[in-house]
Design a protein around this ligand. Structure first.
Ligand code: ADP
Length: 302
């Protein structure tokens, strides 16, 4: 069932058409990503969904509510992540949660939220004394405090180190598993690939594809490059004769085999038969980066 339905959304700022006919629908219970480079129109799109911006065209339905005229009802079902600048420096974690709880008809048990988010120890800490990761987790807690059916998270892990980023990803999966639908804005390929059930790829205000990360990747060539250093001399022609192998090159002491389908299996079986070990084996395959490049003609600038 579609929980968010966006049809032909248009939003202009003066002469700039930031969102130019965007359509997608988000199913209940999924993590739906909006992926695109900076300036693609991602934030504008979600701000229209949140009712923070007035659209110039198209329609939006969030659980049957039109954000343009139903903002009170919408607030009860949709939780948005705050931008960091929206909290005063000196507010304590507990105070922020008490304040935001008071805005909702059925607020969540925020002690439980703190526990889930690993912030219990920081209850009495001022906002300005929190680390980047802790601030991020607090903003997630505030997005969830009204027990929303949908949480909108914008550039969730920007500025976090890789470990904090991975922790945040598992946290978001837990939130999804608890029944909250998540709309996630990101320009990180790895985040989109790891976290999203489906993605809308947006470029210059337009949707260029909607699919699962694996679906997007499968639209590009399934070519693989298998690179290794053989432990003993190996006749390249044997490799070239293997099924699904298209090319074999030497690169110093390494061999690089290009192929598709079952090439990797064929290469490893041949090496096993010849009792040759493939040292420093690396297999490169198409990634979401390649899919993005194929769809938009350029690389995303992380
Ligand atoms: P993204 O979130 O993908 O980085 P945005 O939705 O923030 O993209 O911006 C899309 C386009 O709209 C950009 O060209 C940006 O400069 C422009 N834009 C965004 N907000 C405003 C605004 N308040 N006034 C004028 N132009 C804006």
């Amino acid at each position: 069932m579609a929980i968010i339905e966006v049809r032909d959304l248009v939003k202009r700022y003066g002469d700039t058409t930031a969102v130019d006919g965007v359509s997608f629908s988000v199913e209940e219970g999924e993590i739906f990503g909006i992926l695109g480079p900076n300036g693609a129109g991602k934030t504008t799109t979600v701000e229209c969904i949140e009712g923070l911006r007035t659209r110039d065209g198209g329609s939006i339905s969030v659980l049957g509510h039109d954000p343009a005229d139903d903002s009170t009802e919408l607030r009860e079902v949709l939780g948005a992540q705050l931008q960091e600048s929206q909290l005063p420096d000196k507010i304590k974690v507990r105070e922020a949660l008490e304040l935001y709880s008071s805005f909702y008809r059925s607020p969540a048990d925020w002690n439980r939220l703190l526990e889930i988010l690993g912030l219990t120890e920081k209850r009495e800490t001022q906002f300005r004394r929190l680390s980047g990761g802790q601030k991020q987790r607090l903003s997630i807690a505030l997005a969830l405090i009204g027990t929303p059916k949908i949480a909108v998270l914008d550039e969730l892990t920007t500025g976090l180190d890789p470990a904090a980023r991975r922790d945040t990803w598992s946290l978001i999966e837990n939130v999804r598993d608890s029944g909250v639908t998540i709309l996630l804005v990101t320009h990180f390929m790895e985040e989109a690939e790891r976290l999203c059930d489906r993605l809308a790829v947006i470029d210059s205000g337009k949707v260029v594809a909607v699919d699962s990360p694996a679906g997007l990747v499968s639209t590009v060539d399934d070519e693989q490059r298998i690179r290794f250093r053989p432990s003993a001399p190996l006749d390249e022609r044997l490799l070239l004769d293997l099924p699904d192998v298209c090319d074999v090159q030497r690169a110093g002491s390494h061999i690089v085999v290009t192929g598709n389908g079952n090439a990797l299996n064929a290469v490893t079986s041949l090496l096993a038969r010849k009792q040759i070990i493939a040292a420093e084996l690396r297999v490169e395959q198409a990634s979401l980066d390649d899919a993005f490049l194929a769809l938009t003609g350029r690389k995303i600038d992380n």
